[in-house]
Ligand binder design. Structure first.
Ligand code: KIV
Length: 315
């Protein structure tokens, strides 16, 4: 999406061409209809997680059309061991921040574990909170089966829903851990049927996580709505990654499906170590980092200090 141009001095500059998802107009928020139209045109698009206003702005400026305030925030932002403990209140606060920072991307809030499992009514109430209190454009729910009636109820209340099948981290224990899903004919068929059922229930898009690429390709072909892959191969309509994985800001080993585009953790560590050394050795702050006071004001100030007065009285 970047084009090399020359400025009047002949120097190369990089100009962004308008994202085709915006239909050439970059000054309005993306809608779920834009995503449907992109699928019809065969266009692929990237989605990224975001949990605060600053990254939302940077990702927006870099051309990301869809931001997910994932329940992964519970791990990468709040330090929990899994996505299970993160609460509605925590995700509402983070979603508000992302909505403030992102002007153009569609913002999707992930419904945390416990916020939709109880009943259709609870699911609708919590989905509405994300839209009304945080300004989200849509919500995402994990799973199929009992989740189908939740999807119907939320869509019926006027809130667009993104589905999520394959590896669904909120139920990782039931799935036997963080493993790829749909790796036998029977399980692949089940996943395929679940995705079709979510589409029929009203989902505008479906995340396929940790699914063999050919299985995800068949699901993508069969659905009218876009699929968004994470560890599901190149044939999905969209791709999503957790930004901490993409930019190398995590501890430990990344999953197989992550492509790391930067080493922010290493960069940050090197910069902080330099700061620590500079402070210890007296190299920071320098003159340029300090504020001046006129000489006469400084002299008058020093004349008011007790030590100075005592000295003057003694003389
Ligand atoms: O919570 C999350 O970040 C997600 C994506 C990985 C799809 O659900």
């Amino acid at each position: 999406m970047n084009a090399q141009n020359s400025n009047p001095d002949g120097a190369a500059t990089t100009a962004r061409t308008p994202d085709p998802l915006y239909g050439g107009s970059a000054d309005r928020r993306i809608t779920v209809r834009d995503l449907a139209a992109a699928k019809a045109r065969g266009e692929k698009w990237p989605m990224l997680t975001s949990y605060d206003a600053l990254t939302a702005r940077v990702f927006d400026e870099a051309g990301i059309p869809v931001l997910l305030v994932g329940d992964s925030a519970g791990m990468v932002v709040l330090g929990n061991e899994s996505t299970v403990p993160v609460t509605m209140d925590e995700l509402l606060m983070l979603t508000r921040a992302v909505v403030r920072g992102a002007k153009r991307p569609l913002v999707i809030a992930d419904m945390p574990f416990g916020s939709f499992q109880g009943s259709d009514e609870a699911a609708v109430d919590n989905a509405v909170r994300f839209v009304k209190e945080a300004g989200a454009d849509a919500v995402k729910l994990e799973g199929a089966g009992p989740t189908l009636s939740r999807v119907q109820a939320i869509v019926g209340a006027g809130v667009p829903v993104m589905g999520h099948v394959g590896l669904t981290p909120q139920s990782a224990t039931m799935l036997g851990g963080f493993k790829a899903q749909g790796r036998t004919a029977e399980k692949a068929e089940r996943l395929y049927e679940d995705a079709l059922a979510l589409e029929a229930a009203g989902c505008f898009a479906i995340v396929l996580e940790a699914v063999p690429a050919p299985v995800a390709a068949r699901v993508t072909e069969a659905l009218q709505v876009p699929t968004i892959g994470i560890g599901a191969g190149a044939d999905c309509d969209g791709q999503v990654l957790v930004w901490h994985d993409l930019l190398g800001l995590y501890a430990g080993k990344a999953p197989r499906f992550v492509k790391r585009y930067a080493d922010l953790a290493g960069e940050a560590r090197r910069a902080i170590e330099a700061y620590v050394d500079d402070v210890r050795e007296g190299r920071f702050p320098e003159e340029q980092h300090t504020y001046a006071i006129p000489d006469e004001e400084l002299a008058a100030f020093e004349a008011r200090l007790p030590a100075h007065r005592a000295q003057a009285e003694h003389q």
